[in-house]
Write a protein that binds this ligand. Structure first.
Ligand SMILES: [Zn+2]
Length: 190
């Protein structure tokens, strides 16, 4: 089974028609002109569990998929953006709340046609006022666990809320280790 041949007919770098070649035991779209290889379609998403005064921040989705469902805020990571910056930005944009990441507490892997990985953070409240992003969020608020049980919440969000209350600290940022790239950050267990 191969999802890696990709949707491109022409090289995104030089415009030459792509051809199929076996590279690393997989049939892949490659460019005979500039040697571009289409390795696959990947996307990276982030979500954040943010507690404040024993209530958790949830947003109601304004669009499908899942229109009307209540989830933790989040979104996709921009090219060149760290995952920690991405979740703080997404929460600020969607809800008006400022926060910083404390730990990674979950990861959902979805190796579909577009391989989609979603990293769940525990966040620390840092102020701000609730203000919904009108394009994406139809309603929002802080809820107790009891109040959450009365809302339509997907199982992934429920499990994230549960994980956020675990005694385990999850994966924390470690800035003591010198990594070969200055762009890199390291999360590990404590
Ligand atoms: Zn090319």
């Amino acid at each position: 089974m191969s999802h890696s041949t990709g949707p491109y007919l022409f090289c995104p770098l030089c415009g030459n028609p792509l051809q199929k070649s076996i590279i690393d035991d997989q049939l892949r779209s490659t460019c005979p002109n500039c040697f571009y290889v289409h390795w696959g379609n990947f996307s990276l998403g982030v979500g954040g569990v943010l507690w404040h005064n024993d209530k958790v921040l949830l947003v109601q989705r304004g669009h499908n998929p899942g229109k009307g469902m209540w989830t933790i805020p989040g979104g996709y990571v921009d090219q060149g953006e760290s995952i920690g910056k991405a979740i703080s930005r997404e929460i600020q944009e969607e809800t008006g709340i400022n926060s910083k990441p404390l730990a990674i507490i979950g990861l959902r892997d979805q190796p579909a046609e577009k391989h989609d990985t979603y990293i769940i953070f525990l966040m620390q409240f840092q102020g701000g006022n609730l203000q919904a992003q009108p394009e994406e969020v139809s309603d929002l608020g802080f809820f107790t666990l009891n109040e959450c049980s009365a809302l339509p919440i997907p199982s992934l969000t429920l499990s994230a809320l549960k994980a956020s209350q675990s005694v385990s600290q999850g994966l924390g940022l470690n800035s003591d280790v010198k990594l070969s790239s200055t762009l890199s950050t390291l999360y590990h267990i404590h």
